[in-house]
Design a protein around this ligand. Structure first.
Ligand code: UT7
Length: 334
């Protein structure tokens, strides 16, 4: 007889955004762009920017504290901390270890997860496996970024898109039939050049020359990523649904990665979902990579938009290239 699988679900969520707002009209003063172009082509109106002395862990800690409070879980109950980020405080130590120390989560294992904008859905999936098999009881998954530190403020193709923020979820055991019902993770490394920071690691260590050429900042082939994203975001949700024999119409809420409103609309169309069922906050925060999905999830939860039993689909795509989705039956009471 095999042991009964434990249901892993979200016990609490939290988020944090830096106070400083950078609007489209502020950007008009920096590069050759317009509020009209940014709004029409991306849906973004403003984004948050962390202060110079603020690092990813500072945002992550605040989101984590809110999620723990919401879940009524204390740091010493945590068995695992995963931080999904591409803007860790340093290459070593991991940002997850910094959070482990700041929270005083004495029993927790901790590591960072690198899957760019798909990172939070990857992280939820990884953490849920430990809970489902009974190895761990409580896990904290954070998506946190300070992308503003890697923006080329002279490149209008990228500087208008990104922002800073952090979102978090505490995972643990939930009732039968609730929690994370299915997931789909994928990658296509052949598209790796489409979004990259060329001079950031062992291939091309940061040097005076690479800084002069701005190779230490985000480079993106927007069109290529766009074409990939419109397919990937809907398809990954379909794959997650297929695994459990669930139909698109059963989804109550889509919580997508917030890279471009046109990508979100096209994913919703592929899934035959009206936009009223799609959580959108891109107009306020822009693309915050791994932080987008957990912030959208936590903000919607704080606004009491989800009811117990709702089916929620998380869907992300990003650098790697990567994609990821999870189907969740919401287990929290209003
Ligand atoms: O998180 C995952 C990573 N990122 C993404 O998912 C991004 C995916 N891609 C996109 O969202 C879109 O491709 C962008 C928003 C990046 C660009 O939108 P687009 O509709 O694909 O524009 P485009 O790159 O085809 O550029 C159209 C025109 C170009 O001018 P020309 O060559 O037609 O004269 C650009 O130079 O728009 C110009 N342009 C701008 N104009 C004003 C590009 N950026 C700007 C700007 N302001 N900020």
């Amino acid at each position: 007889m095999t042991a009964k699988q434990i249901n892993a679900g979200i016990l609490g969520t939290g988020y944090y955004l830096p106070e400083k707002i950078l609007s489209n009209s502020d950007l008009e003063k920096i590069v050759d762009t317009s509020d009209e172009w940014i709004t029409e082509r991306t849906g973004i109106k403003e984004r948050r920017i962390a202060a110079n002395d603020v690092a990813t862990s500072d945002l992550a800690l605040k989101a984590a504290e809110m999620a723990l409070k919401d879940a009524k879980v204390s740091p010493d109950e945590l068995d695992l901390i995963i931080v999904a980020t591409l803007t860790s405080d340093r290459i070593i130590p991991s940002t997850a270890c910094i959070i482990q120390d700041l929270l005083g989560a004495k029993r927790a294992a901790a590591f960072d997860l690198s899957a760019a904008c798909s990172g939070f859905a990857y992280g939820i999936t990884v953490a849920s496996q430990f809970i489902q098999c009974g190895a761990y009881r409580k896990a904290l998954v954070i998506g946190a970024e300070t992308l503003s530190k890697y923006i080329n403020w002279e490149d209008r193709n990228t500087c208008v898109l990104f922002g800073d923020g952090a979102g978090a979820a505490v995972l643990g055991q939930v009732e039968d039939g609730y929690g994370i019902l299915s997931f789909d993770l994928g990658s296509d490394g052949s598209g790796g050049d489409a979004i990259q920071i060329p001079s950031s690691g062992s291939r091309m260590p940061v040097s005076n020359e690479s800084i002069e050429k701005r190779l230490n900042l985000i480079h993106m082939n927007g069109k290529e990523v766009f074409k990939f994203a419109v397919k990937a975001m809907g398809n990954t949700v379909k794959h997650s649904l297929e695994k459990i024999g669930m139909k698109q119409e059963e989804i109550n809420w889509l919580v997508p990665h917030q890279a471009n409103i046109r990508i979100i609309q096209s994913a919703a169309k592929r899934l035959a979902m009206p936009m009223e069922k799609v959580i959108v906050n891109i107009q306020k925060y822009g693309n915050m990579s791994a932080a987008c999905i957990p912030i959208a999830l936590a903000e919607a939860a704080a606004e009491k938009r989800f009811k117990k039993g709702d089916i929620i689909a998380l869907s992300g795509f990003g650098a790697g290239l990567t994609w990821a989705s999870c189907i969740i039956r919401w287990s929290k009471e209003d």
